[in-house]
Design a protein around this ligand. Structure first.
Ligand SMILES: *Cc1c(COP(=O)(O)O)cnc(C)c1O
Length: 401
């Protein structure tokens, strides 16, 4: 993967050859996230999008505290999806004004924490109106709210659809007028709308269309709002390439479309800022997962590298996090990047389950015990989505370099 240089036949992550980085980490397996790549990604994105766009980091994609701290310094806000994430965002130094909290099933305790912190809550049900009003009264603080709208349309060609049709997320667009009335009657500090249509999309046309339709819907609903709209969060869904044939997302059409939205918003909702929230796109390319070859086995003609890491650290690379047909993440033998003798191998983990496959029959340099297997595109939905307690092996380290 071209974002990581190769020096003396070794992959370089965070300015350090992999063998040295592994020694610095102290043990394998580990995730390593490259600060410079994180910074570069945000800079490139800001260059491609109109400067008025507010860029939020959806920390669900990677909640490692040091990384969230880095991202808080680069972006205009952090989007959290639980009180646990809220704590990390606050510890990271994110400004409460620019933190928003979405997610179904917020507990009374979470809502109180959100109000006490002074962050924006994206309402996902009528129940949350009453809880926010109570918390606001009990604490003597305003309850800042936006409405998360479940639109009637969905984001086409998305890896995961999170809006359109029946969904547990947000409030159906047709019920929003009534919800806005309830918010007005409860005296909550209404600020705007939040729409999130889907995830992992590599089609700029589909993303632009979803953003355009989300914006149009927000404009329509704004007429019923109890106070002027101050923010419209159009979601994100920007994807990254994982598999052969995937191309990096072309930001051109998305930037053009957002420019048109900014211009129209300037006319029709002059007090509103336009926000996009991205997780995977900001951090996914910048991370690798590294594990070590423990054993090399041949079974009836097929070669297996048995590694010290696997599905328990990297569920997504094993194909068990939302993939319908299992495909390999890009992978390499990180300390043999220039080797010319290759073979077809599978890399498996130490778990007693046939699901524990990191790489299925890929052509890689011939590797031996002690070599370092690298799984690329691992900066998002890695450690935090993996069942680390399954089979009792040590957890993966996470380092930011
Ligand atoms: C998951 C999620 C995101 C981040 O999605 P990515 O595909 O990682 O960019 C953003 N907003 C909301 C509301 C989410 O649930």
């Amino acid at each position: 993967m071209s974002q990581f240089p190769i020096v003396n036949g070794e992959l370089v992550v965070g300015g350090m050859t992999l063998t040295r980085l592994a020694a610095r980490a102290g043990r394998t397996p580990f995730y390593a996230y490259d600060r410079q790549l994180l910074t570069r990604r945000v800079t490139e994105l800001r260059t491609a999008l109109p400067r008025e766009i507010k860029l939020h980091y959806a920390m669900k994609a990677n909640p490692m505290p040091a990384l969230v701290c880095h991202m808080a310094g680069l972006t205009d806000g952090i989007d959290v999806a639980s009180a646990g994430e809220l704590q990390v965002a606050l510890n990271a130094g994110a400004t409460p004004d620019n933190i928003s909290f979405a997610g179904p099933g917020k507990t009374q305790a979470e809502i109180r924490q959100a109000v006490a912190a002074g962050i924006l809550v994206n309402l996902e049900s009528f129940r949350e109106v009453a809880l926010l009003a109570d918390a606001s009264q009990a604490l003597g603080l305003p309850a800042r709210v936006a409405v998360r709208v479940n639109p009637a349309f969905e984001l086409k060609s998305s890896g995961m659809k999170m809006g359109g049709g029946p969904k547990q997320f947000g409030v159906d667009a047709e019920q929003v007028p009534e919800l806005l009335q309830a918010i007005g009657s409860a005296g909550l500090a209404f600020e705007g709308f939040h729409l999130f249509a889907g995830s992992q999309n590599l089609k700029p046309g589909a993303i632009a269309e979803a953003q355009q339709r989300s914006f149009a819907l927000a404009l329509e609903l704004a007429q019923l709002a109890p106070n002027p709209v101050r923010s419209i969060n159009l979601g994100g869904g920007f994807g990254i390439p994982y598999f052969p044939g995937d191309r990096p997302l072309d930001l051109g059409p998305i930037g053009d479309n957002l420019s048109a939205i900014i211009a129209e918003a300037g006319q029709r909702l002059p007090n509103a800022e336009i926000v996009i929230e991205l997780g995977r796109y900001l951090v996914g390319d910048a991370g690798v997962y590294v594990c070590r070859v423990i054993d090399r086995k041949v079974s009836r003609g097929q070669t297996y590298l048995v590694a010290d890491g696997g599905l328990h650290h990297h569920l997504a690379a094993s194909g068990n996090f939302g993939q319908v047909i299992r495909k390999n993440y890009p992978a390499a033998i990180g300390n043999r990047m220039s080797a010319t003798n290759v073979e077809t191998v599978s890399v498996v983990g130490p778990l007693c389950t046939p699901l524990d496959v990191l790489v299925d029959q890929m052509t890689l340099p011939v590797a031996h015990e002690g070599d370092l297997v690298v799984i690329f595109q691992s900066g998002a939905y890695g450690a935090s989505v993996s069942p680390e307690f399954f089979l009792g092996h040590p957890a993966a380290l996470e380092i930011l370099v």
